[in-house]
Design a binder for this molecule. Structure first.
Ligand code: HEC
Length: 127
């Protein structure tokens, strides 16, 4: 009787462990996919500028510097609050010189991954 109860408890703990690691693995891969996607698709315009004076040389970064005049960081990777919904609003419609992305170019799932990546950055976590 006692052995059976112990076996059941061990089995349950094992199941729980598997479930928790599965969820963690999924989160990590979403963040990794989002990071890769962001670097390939967004960073060519939204990366940090190459200038030594810190002046952005990239169209997205430069345009956001002009738009917000420093009240909001020009780098998307330094921003907070860029949730999947916010990203979709800009990414699907485009914004001035930013082209819109169709679902065949960038799926909703991929935008969710990018949002998951942006949410893990230290700046986002600190605020
Ligand atoms: C061809 C260059 C280019 C690419 C590629 C690009 N962007 Fe942009 N993006 C811009 C520009 C330029 C702006 C500023 C537009 C403006 O002045 O309103 C912008 C603005 C934005 C904004 C609005 C921020 C704000 O507060 O106004 C978001 C969000 C954004 N981009 C996300 C993305 C994401 C996510 C990707 C990758 C899927 C991406 N962009 C790819 C050029 C680009």
């Amino acid at each position: 009787m006692k052995a059976q109860r112990i076996a059941r408890a061990v089995g349950l703990a094992g199941l729980l462990f598997v479930a928790v690691t599965a969820v963690k693995a999924q989160d990590t891969s979403a963040v990794q996919r989002g990071n890769t996607k962001f670097q390939r698709t967004c960073a060519p315009c939204h990366g940090p500028g190459p200038g030594n004076d810190g002046e952005a040389m990239l169209p997205g970064t430069a345009a956001l510097q002009l738009k917000y005049k420093g009240t909001v960081p020009p780098l998307l990777e330094a921003r907070t609050g860029l949730t999947a919904d916010v990203l979709k609003g800009f990414v699907r419609r485009g914004s001035w010189s930013m082209p819109p992305f169709r679902k065949t170019e960038l799926s909703d799932a991929e935008i969710n991954d990018i949002a998951a990546y942006l949410a893990t950055l230290p700046q986002a976590a600190a605020k």
